[in-house]
Design a protein around this ligand. Structure first.
Ligand code: ATP
Ligand code: MG
Length: 303
């Protein structure tokens, strides 16, 4: 359906990214609760309508493993991108350094992610280009879905100028092309496989696996250093799977179908995903409360 700004009752902010904020909103006439991403772009009318046309392909990205797209509209140089609201948030809200994602759940999440990525590639010829924990969303019915994939070249170009994150999920070949050392312009599906592997390691460890305060040192380590790996308590099957996704040579990384056929993902017993989500949300909430308390205590003592 066609959405306009006046149809929406804007609610809490769900998060903030490098390009704008995401807010919960209710569509007044239908009562549908959605997430609205607002991206500020100083572009002229023709560029904006170009982006709108490119975004249209999203209406064809209908799959249980992909966050549903409801539509987009423009107000004063901003894009408002409307999508399905995922009430357990992004993956990064479901782990911490004290509790990583357990192996069986990790396999479940990975399987869903790959099914989504494979669909994008095979049915829509789309490479995701931004696989990372904040772009994997979960809801309390136990569904895991991907979002924020690169459908609009025009939009990508307008965003690229400001983009330099402090945690990189870029594959080594994207960071450094062998001849020039500058950002590689080519991008293949195997670069997404690397980002997927890195995302999985982060989930298991509960934190981003590269630890460098400075961005350049971190990028250097991704290119030159050994790839990160799972904690020692994960099975050899899981380690073998992750290891294959994080090969430095992009051509040596498996294709999606090979990954789906790997013993790590061909389990027959479904894990208790609902319980994991509730436990993880509660644990994260507890950590947040303890943190707030420590801030209050510190304030009391410094008075
Ligand atoms: P980056 O800007 O580097 O891509 P990001 O993915 O965190 O980082 P956004 O895509 O703007 O940035 O999203 C901000 C946050 O909003 C996310 O981390 C996620 O927690 C939350 N979020 C995004 N989309 C939804 C959604 N559909 N439902 C619920 N929460 C969402
Ligand atoms: Mg995102």
């Amino acid at each position: 359906f066609n959405i306009k700004i006046d149809d929406l009752e804007l609610q809490d902010e769900l998060g903030r990214g490098a390009y704008g904020s995401v807010r919960k909103a209710k569509h007044r006439s239908t009562g549908v609760v959605m997430a609205i991403k607002e991206i500020r772009l100083e572009l002229d009318k023709t560029k904006l309508s170009g982006i709108a046309m490119e975004l249209d392909i999203l209406h064809r990205a209908v799959k249980p493993q992909i966050v549903e797209f409801y539509g987009a509209f423009f107000v004063e140089g901003c894009i408002f991108y409307c999508m399905e609201f995922m009430d357990a948030g992004s993956l990064d809200k479901l782990y911490s350094p004290t509790f990583g994602v357990p192996e069986k759940i990790l396999a479940f999440v990975t399987r869903n992610l790959i099914i989504g990525l494979q669909f994008l590639k095979d049915e829509l010829q789309i490479i995701h280009r931004d696989v990372k924990p904040t772009n994997v969303l979960v809801n309390r019915r136990g569904k895991v879905k991907i979002c924020d994939f690169g459908v609009s070249g025009q939009l990508e170009k307008s965003l690229a100028k400001t983009n330099i994150g402090c945690q990189s999920y870029m594959a080594p070949e994207r960071i450094q092309s062998p001849d020039s050392g500058v950002h590689a312009s080519f991008y293949t599906v195997s670069s997404d496989v690397w980002s997927l592997g890195l995302t999985m390691v982060e989930c298991a460890r509960g934190e981003y696996p590269y630890s460098f305060s400075n961005v350049l040192a971190q990028l250097q380590e991704i290119v030159k250093g050994p790839p990160p790996s799972l904690p020692s308590n994960y099975s050899d099957t899981a380690k073998d799977f992750i290891h294959s996704t994080l090969r430095k040579d992009p051509n040596a990384r498996p294709q999606y179908q090979e990954l789906l056929d790997h013993p790590f993902l061909t389990y027959d017993e479904e894990p208790d995903v609902l319980k994991w989500i509730e436990d993880a949300l509660r644990a994260k909430h507890g950590e947040w409360q303890r943190y707030q308390r420590s801030i209050r205590l510190r304030a009391v003592f410094s008075d």
